[in-house]
Ligand binder design. Sequence first.
Ligand SMILES: Nc1ncnc2c1ncn2[C@@H]1O[C@H](COP(=O)(O)OP(=O)(O)OP(=O)(O)O)[C@@H](O)[C@H]1O
Ligand SMILES: [Mg+2]
Length: 511
Amino acid sequence: MAYAIEMLNITKDFPGIRANDNVTIQVEANTVHALLGENGAGKSTIMSILFGLYQPTSGIIKVNGKEVHISNPNIANSLGIGMVHQHFKLVDCFTVTENIILGMEPKTKYGTVDIKKAAEKISKLSEKYGLNVDPYAKIENISVGMQQRVEILKMLYRNSDILIFDEPTAVLTPQEIHELMLIMRNLVKEGKTILLITHKLKEIKEVADHCTVLRKGKCIGTIDVKDTTERQMAEMMVGREVNFSVHKEKAQPKEVVLSIKNLNCNNFKGLRAVKDFSLDVRAGEIVGLAGIDGNGQTELVYAITGLAKSESGSIFLNGQDITNLPVKGRLDAGMAHVPEDRHKHGLVLDFPLKENFIIHCYKDRPFSVNHILQPQKIDEYADFLIKEFDVRSGQGKESKTRDMSGGNQQKAIIARELDRHAKLVIVVQPTRGLDVGAIEYIHSRIVAQRDAGAAVLLVSLELDEILNLSDKIAVIYDGQLSGYVNAEDTDENEIGLMMSGSIKKVGDCHE
Ligand SMILES: Nc1ncnc2c1ncn2[C@@H]1O[C@H](COP(=O)(O)OP(=O)(O)OP(=O)(O)O)[C@@H](O)[C@H]1O
Ligand SMILES: [Mg+2]
């Protein structure tokens, strides 16, 4: 058997935690090899070791049968190993080409950077692999899906043969996911080998040949994907049976909590993104907002939560006009928000976990008394949330949030926001990057908020999540409300048609 990569008996210790415990992964050349495991199982860590970002505490790595020491990413690059990280590493104000050639700029005979030559090479690669990327576009102006394809081009430009993808589909739309799967098969056909971290079992079934399962740092086994069902993989990963559908009673909607009236908002380019949008969300119900990415959901949520100003129209929370209140004013009025971008709006990454938990309320009792912080109360509360929401990290409440795994960062935000028991809970992509076990738990907590009387607005790109969790479904298309239906009276097809603007079905979303 020709192995492109062998990671043998890898162990990696971080302060307070053994992230990888004697893990062995053998990857056949020219295959897609998936890595599956709960949040914090050690997937990103072991791939970062392969990419030279961390050194293993012990263990051996072989590339094409030869033992190697990958002490930094430059060595990984020279061995033909490339990586697309869980959180992209692109310079926003640079163009696609400038990002791709960063650190290895081709020079003209006058010693200046030869952008034209690089851009031509990038165009050719883009065409060969069907990536459809404009080499002169600026990163800040292109979609997340396109940014990811830039990361892929970066690897191809450097002639990498072994491509590591860390949760590449967590930020993509269903259409983009489908395209990425095709690109991956194409890459394998052209002789590349792919290592793929994902929580989505469907994707593993669709694209991977083998799958190694990790649990709490240990290797549970490697399976042949075609002989294993999704259910079996899920069980292997969490060590128990997983419920894929959400159990909930019929909703008992009460008074209107959030009322959006004729709202108009612009996007950052100054173009109209939300158009005359009206919607009510009542206490005791979950309204799911479905839509293809980029149809105004981000701008709508920014306007409701105060992250951006609206142009006209109004927003009421429990009868109070909050249209022009600052973010803090809205939080105090009873709003909780799990933001779309956890790094930008969810956490202060250099603060320890316990400080992120009290970030909205550190001035209030019991965390402050007479303007003096109460460390014991803060610690107790952090321990409580960590236990309640199963937030895993090396040093518990003292962990720097930046060092936590992506899924556990997300769980930390959800814990903080849901525990505020707000009247209005806005959750945007709440389960992005979570493992199937954690998704099951978070969904049940969102339903519990509803049952306790909160009004829940769920914004998600995952149609399964919308259909599973919502009592009513609103659809946004081109900034306008194109659908408003009872979840039980609709199906995936109808929602899909409303999402693409093919049909419009707006019942009485207002009294
Ligand atoms: N730089 C670091 N310093 C300290 N601890 C770390 C560091 N990087 C990772 N860890 C810890 O190692 C463990 C494994 O983390 P890792 O990021 O590999 O998980 P993961 O399987 O990728 O999870 P997820 O699915 O949530 O992304 C976690 O408990 C994490 O807190
Ligand atoms: Mg990870």
